[in-house]
Design a protein around this ligand. Structure first.
Ligand code: ADP
Ligand code: ZN
Length: 803
């Protein structure tokens, strides 16, 4: 075993390297190595053995093996290879996405001053620029790549004169296990060696265990000088030891383990346990209405998994749901939990990763990227809120964590449990086709009723309600609940103060400079803001289109709703949860915690408030405008709206008092509302499935979305059309005219984002293999014809968001 394929993120393809005879311990697949590449040294991973390429191929040698253990288990490697093939994404970039950040080290070209340079600097007068650069270099080296063209010329001249030299330098790893100081008794440790006054320290430290210095300082002042002195004399010894940063703070909410499960819970759990005992791949859909106790089932399934000496991975769709899930698991399993999510610092992430790797934490709770957690003996994967679009990554590697959960479970013969009150149509359809076991929980725990849902026709109240977003019946209901001391949630999927900025004289909307969307007025900053790119500008009265003073901002965003509610209910504590209020670290958690602890009575928010939270004090929910998602230009808009409404409604009546939900809409006759009111998701599913079949959308077909974006506008259009033409020719050539549908090229619904113009083509077909072959062809062709054009082609397999 001496040749290896080495994956070097983010390079697309692996390269072959040889293990030198100087490395004596046989390396393992998955280990991190340092290899030469062009004139650099870079980090790579041993991916698989390679055959001897023969003597006429000069093969470079691996320079160093960086860690004792491999970074991937064999099954994780197979998983990543699968992902690379399925999503048509280069292996090196898949590996980069999967690993915690900060592991890659590579050599850097730097310039440094030579002894002649130093001498010259002191002995003679040099031109200003040269003197400045040399003086600068006496302080520190500078990376060659960071110099501008002029500086590079100057540096080259100085190098020719021997005053500076260019060298390759290997920087330290960016992220490393944290080390802390521990204090141990030294060789000279004895009672007499300490003075009377320091005797308590002696007694405290007796025994071989040692203590972290920071802990010791809680009890003893230990000034550094004294500490040094004791170490010199051998009384104490200080050793640096790796420690794991602990990102887990206080437990969000502590909960009792319910004694009895409901009958439905028992039945569902029994099936999961059977699957776990079977020890083969199986997938189960836990379809449980909001508040039916799904989490309790996850907890007990995890208990069973641990009892079998296997490990459990619990995925939630977004970071805001981690504290609650983590809290419940920690209450039950203590320190056996690791968390993985984007809120961790690179160091914390690496620590969590290593703890998982060494088997310290058999349970991992995290967001979608936790699907890559290095669990060796995975027995159970749970995906909570499996319908949630946030499980799909929308950039670089566009993977869906729910789909990957099924794939990973299959690769390691684990059990996958997908849970939701409103499963995605795709998942429900799988279950329909008997590809997945179905575990229904139709009732809430403790005989709690589902909330009563009323629809409010906003057309009826159009007149006279300009000043308020609450229709009279809703306002009335709020009054009653506020007086009774209950909690209320308001949901509006639009942040900011007023979402529309336009000229009242010519009607032109004020658009973002970089994106084809209107700007939102934010009162806190008194600015117009683009929600796509963050561009902002002051609010001017002058219309950029007609030049007159007609600019006005209109509509309702969460910020304005909060203000209005504060005016209506001055005595009540009101808070807001949206992207603007959670920008500070921990703010998200704090806002939810205050509401959970009932310090806040009314909470206004975007979809952030809808997901999974368990607030027993909430009795009333106001959905201020249900039409926003219903009018979305996407075939999934009905499904999304139902899911959103069911989720938000599910927050009501989870405690001892029954819940009520008011949904305001301009389209009360839309078919979806009948099902929403009756909590009849399966009825909606059957109805919606008919449309999907008729119009040939998933789950009856599969989609691949091709985005063509860049500059200039005409270039993007021409390239999109060119690719479209080539595609339809290829389709004919391959005899796919009936099995492959091409939609487009057309401008994307949002035709410009961050200054880049966007066109799209949609591929639709029933045969996944055929779709994959044609996708691979598109990608190759795209690479070829777009090279150097400033236009980019992005493939999205099983797209979720096609704006
Ligand atoms: P879901 O995830 O289905 O919305 P949860 O798991 O959050 O529901 O459960 C809602 C509440 O009911 C939690 O406080 C949970 O502790 C409690 N609970 C779950 N199962 C039972 C049970 N069998 N008996 C009593 N309370 C339960
Ligand atoms: Zn913008």
């Amino acid at each position: 075993m001496s040749f290896f394929q080495v994956v070097i993120p983010p390079l697309d393809q692996p390269y072959v390297y040889q293990i030198p005879t100087t490395i004596l311990i046989p390396p393992e697949i998955g280990q991190r190595v340092l290899v030469p590449l062009r004139n650099q040294r870079v980090t790579g991973y041993l991916w698989e053995e390679a055959p001897d390429p023969g003597s006429d191929h000069p093969i470079k040698l691996i320079e160093q093996i960086l860690d004792p253990q491999p970074f991937f288990t064999p099954s994780l490697r197979a998983f990543l290879s699968w992902i690379s093939r399925y999503y048509h994404h280069p292996l090196g970039q898949v590996v980069k996405v999967a690993l915690p950040p900060g592991l890659a080290i590579s050599s850097l070209e730097v310039i440094e001053i030579t002894p002649q340079g130093t001498e010259k600097l002191h002995s003679s007068s040099l031109p200003r620029l040269e003197r400045e650069l040399l003086t600068d270099l006496t302080q520190k080296r500078r990376p060659w790549g960071k110099l501008d063209l002029e500086q590079k010329k100057l540096a080259a001249r100085l190098e020719a004169q021997g005053l500076i030299s260019r060298i390759k330098h290997l920087p330290k790893e960016k992220t490393r296990p944290k080390k802390v100081k521990w204090v141990y008794p030294g060789p000279g440790f004895s009672e007499e060696a300490f003075s009377e006054k320091d005797r308590p320290l002696h007694d405290f430290l007796q025994g071989p265990e040692g203590l972290p210095l920071t802990d010791l300082r809680l009890f003893f002042p230990l000034p550094p000088r004294l500490l040094n002195q004791w170490c010199r004399k051998g009384l104490l010894e200080i050793r640096e030891q790796p420690c794991f940063r602990n990102p887990l703070g206080e437990i969000y909410c502590v909960e009792e383990r319910p004694v009895d499960l409901t009958v439905e819970q028992e039945q569902a759990l029994l099936k999961i346990k059977r699957a776990l005992v079977d020890g083969r791949y199986q997938s189960l859909l836990l379809h449980g209405v909001t508040g039916s106790g799904k989490t309790e089932i996850y907890l007990r399934a995890a208990e069973e998994t641990l009892a079998q000496n296997r490990q459990a991975l619990i995925l939630v769709p977004e970071i805001g749901l981690v504290p609650q899930m983590e809290g419940r698991f920690r209450t039950r399993f203590g320190e056996k939990i690791a968390v993985l999510h984007s809120g961790l610092s690179p160091g914390e992430r690496l620590d969590q990763w290593r703890r998982i790797q060494v088997g310290e934490t058999p349970i991992v709770v995290g967001t979608r990227s936790a699907i890559f957690a290095p669990l060796e003996a995975l027995g159970l994967i749970v995906v909570d809120e499996e319908h949630d679009p946030s499980l799909k990554q929308q950039e670089s590697l566009r993977y869906h964590a729910r789909d990957l959960a099924l794939v990973r479970a299959q690769l390691v013969q684990a059990v996958a449990v997908l849970g939701s009150a409103t499963p995605s149509l795709t998942t429900l359809h799988l279950q329909d086709r008997k590809k997945m076991a179905y575990l229904p929980l139709t009732r809430r725990v403790r005989q709690r009723a589902m909330p009563e849902i009323s629809l409010i026709d906003l057309k009826q109240y159009r007149k006279g309600r300009q000043g308020t977003p609450l229709s009279p019946p809703l306002l009335e209901a709020v009054r009653t609940q506020v007086e009774a001391g209950h909690q209320i949630l308001f949901f509006l999927n639009r942040r900011g103060f007023e979402p529309l900025t336009l000229c009242t004289l010519c009607g032109a909307p004020v658009r973002c400079r970089n994106c084809s969307v209107s700007l939102t007025f934010h009162a806190a900053s008194q600015e117009l803001l683009c929600h796509l790119c963050g561009f902002h500008q002051p609010l001017f009265p002058l219309c950029p289109a007609c030049g007159r003073e007609g600019i006005k901002t209109v509509g309702w965003g969460t910020e304005k709703v909060e203000k209005e509610l504060k005016r209506l209910f001055p005595e009540t504590v009101i808070d807001r949860l949206d992207r603007d209020t959670v920008s500070k670290k921990n703010a998200h958690y704090q806002i939810l915690k205050r509401f959970q602890d009932r310090k806040t009575q009314i909470l206004v928010g975007t979809q952030m408030i809808t997901k999974g939270h368990d607030f027993p004090g909430v009795t009333l929910i106001g959905v201020l405008c249900a039409d926003l998602s219903l009018n979305w230009p996407d075939f999934r808009s009905g499904e999304r709206t139902f899911q959103l409404l069911a989720q938000v409604a599910g927050r009501a009546g989870r405690g001892p008092y029954p819940g009520k939900v008011f949904i305001q809409t301009y389209n009360p006759d839309h078919y979806i509302f009948e099902y929403v009111r009756r909590h009849d998701y399966l009825g909606f599913y059957r109805q919606e499935l008919k449309f999907r079949r008729e119009f040939e959308y998933p789950p009856f077909t599969r989609l691949v979305h091709i985005l063509i974006q860049g500059n200039p506008e005409t270039g993007v259009r021409d390239q999109a059309q060119e690719i479209g033409n080539l595609l339809s020719r290829e389709r004919e050539k391959r005899n796919l005219t009936t099995s492959l549908t091409l939609l487009g090229p057309v401008p994307a619904p949002i035709s410009k984002i961050k200054g880049r113009y966007r066109w799209q083509i949609l591929l639709k077909g029933k045969d996944p293999r055929m779709l994959h072959q044609i996708s691979a062809w598109v990608q190759e062709t795209g690479k070829h014809i777009l090279k150097g054009s400033g236009v980019q082609l992005i493939l999205d397999v099983d797209p979720v968001d096609m704006l």
